[in-house]
Structure formats: structure tokens, C-alpha cells
Design a protein around this ligand. Structure first.
Ligand code: PEP
Length: 251
């Protein structure tokens, strides 16, 4: 049985006062850690105080990106060492917005995934196709290639810990959700790819989230699917009430 993992991605939203108030409202309501992994991926600026604010809670704070180097002259970046040092255990890597606006590629995502493992941080590695790619029937091959490139060089015991977020780009922030069947089909393709690259056992352990306009009204159907083990959520993670509902759907 794979433990559900529900992660909010706040992107570049919220002032600090709003972030703190959200955490105060949600931290006592997050499910037991042995039942659901509950995570908010906050802007870098807020990570350390929010880690402190969640002390003693099952709600965890994650990062939205990081550099692959442990330190260096990379103005504006944060390193895996810095994240781990303040108590961060999850990082989103290769989000489509990072790929689109910050030139991240499968190669740079792979470097970051490896760096995250090296420093004891669990990567939430994002993959997904554009609308054009979906309409041309290329979804499976695009996603398989992104997965293979993203995990290149990882050992099987690392793969067991991996979280993959399948996020069709056309469904992110658009209100358009993939049908639960379509999302499950692609998550199944991802699992099969991991089985062929590693083993059926590794494929059985890897957790695959769906992301793309997930909200309280559709999460239960999505989580009911065989290959969907959680959700990566943007818009609906910004309101405490709706995020708590998403977490409860994981129970
Ligand atoms: C995301 O940011 O990863 C995302 C899926 O956003 P939304 O839920 O708003 O579509």
C-alpha cells in the first residue's frame, strides 16, 4: 500500500502574514503522518519560519525548486544543503513553470533530482505534456522520456523513495482537469516505465501524484484510481479550508 501524498504548491503567492495565518489554521488539522504525507511547498523566503511554525505538526514544509550545487556563486539560488539545514525534506523539481520560464530541461532536472537524494531531500519530480503534444497523440512518449531522463543514474533504492507528479501542462491553473481515467492511464504509463527501467517492485513503490486543477470536488475520484497516489495542487492549496479538505481526501 502506497501512502497518499498531498502537496500544495503556493508558487509566488501570499504575503508572509497570510502564509503564517494559513499554517496556524491548518497545522492542527493535518492527518496522521502514517496515513497521509501533508506538505505545503512555500516560497523560499518563508521556508525557515514556516518550518518553525509547523513544529510538532504533521504538516510539512517543502521547497518549490533548488540548485543542484551544494554551494557556490549562484546569485539568488538556494542549495540542497541550505534546505536540509533548515529542516526541508521535500522539493518540487522540474515543475512545468520552471521548465517554461527558467529554462529547466530534463538534464538539469536530473542533476537536481540526484542532488536532492545526495542531501536527504525527497524530490517531487514533475512531468507532463502540452496540449499540442496530447492532441498529436504523443503524451505517453513525452512522459516516458521525461521520466527516463529525470531518473537517469539513480539506484533502485533511491527510486523507491521517489515521488513523480504527472501534471499535464494544459490542466495547470486552467480549471481543466484531466478525466480521472485519462490521468490514471498516464500515471500507469509512468509506473510501467519505472518497471522497465528498474523492476516491478520499484514501480510498485514509487508514488505518483496527479496535478492540474485538483480541488475538493474532484480529488476523491482522482485518488480512487489505481495509479494515482496523491495530488500536487496549486490554486486550491491557497485557501486553508480547501487544503484541509484535500488532505482529508487522502485518508
Ligand atoms: C501546480 O501548480 O502544480 C498546479 C497543478 O496548479 P493548479 O492546481 O492550480 O492547476
Amino acid at each position: 500500500m502506497r501512502k497518499p501524498i498531498i502537496a500544495g504548491n503556493w508558487k509566488m503567492y501570499k504575503k508572509f502574514s497570510e502564509a503564517k495565518q494559513f499554517i496556524e489554521e491548518v497545522k492542527g488539522l493535518a492527518p496522521d503522518a502514517d496515513k497521509v504525507d501533508s506538505i505545503i511547498c512555500a516560497p523560499s523566503l518563508f521556508l525557515q519560519p514556516l518550518v518553525q511554525a509547523t513544529e510538532g505538526s504533521t504538516l510539512q514544509i517543502g521547497a518549490q525548486t533548488m540548485h543542484d550545487a551544494k554551494e557556490g556563486a549562484y546569485t539568488g539560488e538556494v542549495s540542497p544543503v541550505q534546505l536540509k539545514d533548515i529542516g526541508i525534506n521535500y522539493v518540487i523539481l522540474g515543475h512545468s513553470e520552471r521548465r517554461q520560464y527558467f529554462n529547466e530541461s530534463d538534464v538539469s532536472v536530473n542533476k537536481k533530482v540526484k542532488a536532492a537524494y545526495e542531501h536527504g531531500i525527497t524530490p517531487i519530480m514533475c512531468v507532463g505534456e502540452t496540449l499540442e503534444q496530447r492532441e498529436s497523440g504523443a503524451t505517453a512518449s513525452i512522459v516516458e522520456n521525461q521520466v527516463a531522463a529525470g531518473v537517469a543514474g539513480l539506484a533502485e533504492e533511491q527510486i523507491n523513495q521517489l515521488v513523480i507528479a504527472y501534471e499535464p501542462i494544459w490542466a495547470i491553473g486552467t480549471g481543466k482537469t484531466a478525466t480521472a481515467e485519462d490521468a490514471n492511464e498516464v500515471c500507469g504509463v509512468i509506473r510501467k516505465k519505472i518497471a522497465s527501467l528498474y523492476s516491478p517492485e520499484a514501480a510498485d513503490q514509487v508514488r505518483i501524484q496527479y496535478g492540474g486543477s485538483v480541488k475538493p470536488a474532484n480529488i476523491e475520484e482522482l485518488l480512487g484510481m489505481e495509479h494515482i497516489d496523491g495530488a500536487l495542487v496549486g490554486g486550491a492549496s491557497l485557501e486553508a479550508d480547501s487544503f484541509v479538505k484535500l488532505l482529508e481526501a487522502g485518508l
